[in-house]
Design a protein around this ligand. Structure first.
Ligand code: SF4
Length: 347
C-alpha cells in the first residue's frame, strides 16, 4: 500500500514545482494554496476552480487529513475542551476559552503529543513525549476553535496561546511555521500581537527567537523565583537556571521589544509567601513584564494544593505596589479538566 504524504507538509515552493512539472498554469498553485490555507477545504473534490486532471492527480498522490474531534466537553463557564484524533491515532487536546463580558475568545493549542519536561505540577508532564505536531496540525486547532467561537458564541477567535500540551520551543520549526500561516494574509491573517507562545524558558531557543525577529508575545512559565525551588518543580531549571533565562530574556527584549509575561502558579506554602514575592520582584525590573498569577488546579497524584486566595491577593498587591503589573487568574474549565496544567488525555 502506498502511504500518501499530507499535501500540507509541502511548502509553497514545493507546490509551485508540482504545478509546473505537471504543465498547469502558475496561478493554479495560488488557487490550491488558498483552498488549503484560507478556505480550509479538506477534500480535493471541493476545490471547485481547479481542473479535473489536477484534482485527480492530487487525490492520487496526496492525502489531506482533517483533524477529528473525538470528544467535546463544555464547561459550566463556557470553556470548550476538544479531544482530537490525529491521523496516526495519537490524541491531543485543544481548549477554547470564551471570556465573559468581553469580546475575547482565546484558544489554547497543543504543540506536541505529550511532553518530555516533567514539570511536577502539570498533568501533561506525567505523559511521555510521543512526537512533535506538524504545523498544519497546530493550524487546524486554531481553525477548529475559530469555527467553535462562531458557532457557540457568535464571535471570531481573537487570541491564541501556545500553552496546551508540550513545550513549543522544542518544536521550534513547526511552531514558527504554524504562526507564519496563522498570521499570513494567505492564511488566517491574524495579528502576531494576538499570539502568545509559552515556554519553560529555554535559553538557546529564546535567543534564537530574538535573532529570528519574531513578532509574537512570550510567556515564561516561571512558577518559582529562585533556583532551588524552581529546580524542585521544573527539572529543566538544572540546565537552564534563572540567571541564564534572565540574560536570554534581556537579549530577547532588547532586540524585539515584544511583550513578556511571567506565568506563576500559586502553590500553597511553596511559592505563595511575601518572601517569594520579593524574590520575584527582583526579576521584574530588567524589562517591562506582566505577572499572571494562576490558581493551581488539582491533578491526581500530585501533592500540591491551591494557595489561599487572600495570600494570593496579598502577593499580587505587593507586586502591584512595587510597580509591576500583576493579575490573578482564576481558572476556567476546571470541571472538565481543561484548566491550566490539566491537559492529559485522561483515558
Ligand atoms: S508545564 Fe509545559 S513544559 Fe512543563 S510538563 Fe507541562 S506541558 Fe511540559
Amino acid at each position: 500500500m502506498i502511504v500518501k504524504k499530507d499535501i500540507r507538509l509541502l511548502d509553497r515552493k514545493e507546490l509551485d514545482l508540482i504545478v509546473s512539472q505537471n504543465g498547469w498554469k502558475r496561478f493554479r498553485a495560488d488557487q490550491l494554496w488558498q483552498w488549503l490555507w484560507k478556505k480550509n477545504k479538506r477534500e480535493f473534490a471541493e476545490m471547485k476552480n481547479l481542473p479535473g486532471d489536477m484534482i485527480d492527480y492530487l487525490s492520487a498522490h496526496y492525502d489531506l487529513v482533517p483533524l477529528k474531534v473525538d470528544r467535546q466537553q463544555i464547561s459550566n463557564d463556557g470553556t470548550i475542551k476538544n479531544r482530537i484524533y490525529l491521523s496516526d491515532g495519537n490524541l491531543i487536546e485543544t481548549v477554547l476559552i470564551p471570556v465573559p463580558n468581553d469580546k475575547r475568545q482565546t484558544v489554547c493549542v497543543s504543540s506536541q503529543v505529550g511532553c518530555s519536561l516533567s514539570c511536577s505540577f502539570c498533568a501533561t508532564g506525567k505523559m511521555k513525549r510521543i512526537r512533535n505536531l506538524e504545523a498544519h496540525e497546530i493550524y487546524d486547532q486554531v481553525v477548529l476553535a475559530n469555527n467553535q467561537a462562531q458557532t457557540h458564541y457568535d464571535q471570531v477567535l481573537t487570541n491564541i496561546v501556545y500553552m496546551g500540551m508540550g513545550e513549543p520551543l522544542l518544536n521550534y520549526k513547526n511552531v514558527l511555521k504554524s504562526i507564519d500561516l496563522i498570521t499570513s494574509p494567505e492564511g488566517l491573517g491574524m495579528s502576531p500581537r494576538r499570539i502568545t507562545v509559552s515556554t519553560v524558558g529555554l535559553e538557546k531557543m529564546i535567543r534564537k527567537l530574538a535573532d529570528d525577529e519574531v513578532k509574537f508575545n512570550l510567556a515564561i512559565s516561571l512558577h518559582a523565583a529562585n533556583d532551588e525551588k524552581r529546580s524542585s518543580i521544573m527539572p529543566i531549571n538544572d540546565q537552564n537556571n534563572l540567571a541564564s533565562l534572565m540574560s536570554a530574556l534581556d537579549y530577547f527584549y532588547s532586540l524585539t521589544k515584544n511583550r513578556i509575561s511571567y506565568e506563576y502558579i500559586a502553590l500553597r506554602d511553596f511559592n505563595d509567601g511575601l518572601e517569594d514575592a520579593k524574590e520575584l520582584l527582583s526579576h521584574c525590573k530588567r524589562f517591562p513584564v506582566k505577572v499572571n498569577i494562576i490558581e493551581y488546579n488539582t491533578i491526581t497524584g500530585v501533592d500540591f494544593e491551591k494557595a489561599n486566595e487572600n495570600k494570593v491577593d496579598a502577593f499580587a498587591e505587593f507586586l502591584t505596589k512595587n510597580g509591576v503589573m500583576a493579575t490573578v487568574r482564576r481558572s476556567r474549565g476546571k470541571d472538565i479538566d481543561a484548566a491550566c496544567g490539566q491537559l492529559a488525555n485522561k483515558e
